[in-house]
Design a protein. Structure first.
Length: 260
């Protein structure tokens, strides 16, 4: 039986991935902070499922999860690095601590997991890692500057490592959701008003995960959900950077206004 490890498994896009991998008879290793929810999900899934309740913005906890898997000789066939969050606000208006925490989760732990699992998969000669970035990876976003930068990092790292792994039977895929209706917008400093911002298409977590899963099966390297998102990324290639950044700023400040 194949094994999938999914971070951010309790909510939103990650929770949908749990159902999709379970439907494909993977046994599951689920990771998030909320132990109660993890327990519930494990008891509901029709396949063997275990969980690790840990805070992945704490590198020590992330490393000890890896150590524990290694002790059990467990190298997943598929890893979905989905845990992540965003913050809106001016870069200088948000505290460094708030932003550093996001950097630890969205960047450092994701890079640590990609490094550790890609190495083990390379030795074995097979494996897939799906890193969840965002359409924010394509353009700097004023008022969400750090978040967009973390996602640009995820995309850049994943595409480069995917290329390096080409001859070893290992793939590193990047999934780029657009605006998706999840608890992502319920965090402090975020607001659901971005879900209704002009020019943005809002998707469900289910649709994004199904698209991601299909893209993984098709062997896509980078998968951007939604034709509207793909079109705007395509058009941005022919638009002066300053204008693209300005359009992003308008969308993000729309979200900020709703929050204040
Ligand atoms: N929603 C969007 O519009 C959107 C758009 C583009 C990209 N994305 C990306 O998609 C991914 C999933 O987002 P989502 O919309 O599904 O968000 P979500 O509904 O808020 O779910 C986030 C998941 O990550 C877990 N998580 C958060 N902080 C964690 C931490 N410190 N340690 C361990 N687990 C943690 C949460 O569980 P616990 O709270 O139990 O820890 C939850 O399971 C993120 O990487 C996000 O950046 C989202």
């Amino acid at each position: 039986m194949k094994t999938a490890l999914i971070t951010g498994a309790t909510e939103g896009i990650g929770r949908e991935f749990v159902s999709l991998f379970a439907a494909d008879s993977y046994q599951l290793v689920l990771v998030a902070r909320n132990e109660q929810k993890l327990k519930e999900i494990c008891s509901q899934t029709p396949v063997p499922a275990t969980y690790y309740a840990c805070d992945l913005s704490d590198l020590k906890q992330a490393q000890s999860l890896l150590d524990s898997l290694e002790q059990r000789n467990m190298i997943p066939d598929c890893v979905v690095n989905c845990a992540g969050y965003g913050q809106s606000g001016e870069f200088t208006g948000l505290s460094w601590e708030q932003q550093a925490n996001m950097l630890h989760l969205n960047v450092e732990t994701l890079a640590l997991f990609t490094h550790s699992f890609a190495r083990q998969m390379k030795q074995r000669g097979s494996g897939i890692i799906m890193n969840v970035a965002s359409i924010a990876a394509f353009t700097p976003i004023p008022h969400m500057a750090m978040y967009a930068a973390t996602k640009a990092f995820v995309k850049s790292l994943s595409e480069a490592v995917d290329y390096e792994m080409m001859d070893y039977g290992v793939r590193v895929m990047t999934l780029c959701p657009g605006v998706t209706d999840t608890k992502f917008y319920a965090r402090p400093g975020m607001t659901r008003s971005l879900l209704n911002a002009p020019l943005l298409h809002t998707a469900t977590a289910h649709d994004v995960a199904v698209y991601g899963y299909r893209s993984l099966l098709k062997g896509k390297t980078t998968a951007v959900h939604g034709w509207q998102n793909r079109l705007s990324i395509f058009l941005s290639r022919f638009t002066p950077r300053r204008i693209t950044v300005g359009v992003s700023a308008r969308a993000a400040s729309h979200a900020q206004k709703g929050a204040s």
